[in-house]
Design a binder for this molecule. Structure first.
Ligand code: SAH
Ligand code: SF4
Length: 368
């Protein structure tokens, strides 16, 4: 059976699997058995689902495929952050980063194991400081490729992920339907079973999609990559600001907060002389107050070939001082994975080179 004609099985809800089984004249309850094999027992093939009749296993095999994420490279780092580079069935490369015990990332629980996942190959939004956007956008990930990142990392690391952030490569809200399908499977008790409050979606500020997300029933958390609290600053580094200026973005943030009765987080990368002046901090205080947001500052992670710099410790401290005196709940992310190029899109770029090769198969060949 041809791969292309089969749908990714990790992209299906239990209801969708059930519908398919019923159409085949099979009892619907078998769908529960299938998802139990997929998410509880972590089966790697239909053939291994030993309590299903052989005819059913064959029928499933004809209709569905396992998402095939080939582990190309795993990089560890001094602080135990691990970065996984995966090759997709079509040769494209994506990355996921496992960050054990990360108090600065959405919480203070010390046994937190956060996984940062990708939602697209490349990114169309072209933020000037980001490695993911440098070669443009190739394609959306389907829900099965998103879900499989968690399954594969858990399999490879032997650890259970209990916190998920959509902060890898790509703009999650530009792949809205696949994102929501994946979140549904990740959250479902029959699926991965991650609580919605342990799932954070990060966006560069797609205002209409933020509103759409606000209308979804799940209590997922929202992080907005602000990086500039005025149009003048934000426009310099984020082209998306021309489409959705700060004021429009803030209105969408308020809408989210009101609908979800939940606080959002502003992500704010500190880049020397671009957005780290005291007046930038004061503007950030005003904006965060307006929508009652928390602020998470991230000292800029150097990207090869880009001129942006991380501010000195003194400048970082001065910036944080203004936020704290302004009464804004704020954290500055502790160094995680700096030595393994953990910022989004960086590892993939090292492997495929800066030439923009999309498949990367040859460049990645031989990597452990
Ligand atoms: N596209 C989404 C999610 C992926 S980026 C978004 O932009 O929010 C996840 C986070 O990593 C964003 O806040 C992004 O701005 C940040 N980031 C990108 N490049 C970085 C770098 N070189 N150093 C530190 N953070 C970076
Ligand atoms: Fe895309 Fe986010 Fe990188 Fe901007 S920061 S280019 S939106 S991945």
């Amino acid at each position: 059976m041809e791969q292309a004609k089969r749908s990714p099985v990790h992209a299906q809800s239990v209801e969708q699997i059930e519908q398919h089984l019923v159409a085949l004249g099979q009892p619907g309850y078998r769908a529960r058995q299938v998802v139990q094999w997929l998410y509880e027992k972590r089966a790697q093939s239909f053939a291994s689902m030993s309590d299903l009749p052989a005819t059913l296993r064959n029928a499933l095999e004809e209709r569905f495929a396992f998402s095939d994420l080939e582990s190309v490279r795993v990089l560890g780092s001094g602080d135990t952050t691990r970065k996984y580079l995966f090759r997709l069935a079509d040769g494209n490369l994506i990355e996921s980063v496992l960050i054990p015990a990360s108090p600065a990332l959405y919480g203070d629980v010390s046994d937190r194991r956060t996984l940062c996942v990708s939602t697209q190959v490349g990114c169309a939004y072209g933020c000037k400081f980001c490695a993911s956007g440098l070669d443009g956008w190739s394609r959306n990930l389907h829900a099965g490729e998103i879900v499989s990142q968690i399954l594969r990392v858990e399999e490879l690391s032997g650890e259970r992920v209990n916190n998920l952030v959509f902060m890898g490569m790509g703009e999650p809200l530009a792949n809205f339907d696949n994102l929501m399908q994946a979140v549904g499977i990740l959250n479902a008790p029959w699926g991965v079973g991650l609580g919605a409050r342990h799932i954070t979606i990060s966006t560069s500020g797609l205002a209409p999609q933020i509103r759409r997300l606000a209308e979804q029933p799940l209590q997922v958390r929202l992080a907005v990559s602000l990086h500039g609290a005025t149009d003048a600053v934000r426009e310099q580094i984020m082209p998306v600001n021309r489409k959705y200026p700060v004021e429009v973005l803030l209105e969408a943030c308020s809408y989210y907060t009101q609908h979800k009765k939940q606080r959002i987080t502003f992500e704010y990368i500190l880049i020397e002389e671009v957005n780290d002046r005291l007046e930038d901090a004061a503007a950030l205080v005003r904006v965060a107050r307006k929508v009652n947001a928390k602020v998470n500052c991230i000292p800029y992670n150097q990207v090869e070939g880009l001129e942006w710099r991380r501010p000195s410790q003194e400048r970082q401290d001065a910036f944080m001082g203004v936020l704290s005196r302004g009464g804004i709940p704020s954290t500055i992310r502790r160094e995680k994975g700096h030595d393994i190029a953990a910022a989004c899109g960086q590892l993939r770029r090292q492997v495929i080179g800066a030439s923009g090769a999309s498949a990367g198969a040859s460049a990645a060949a031989g990597a452990a």
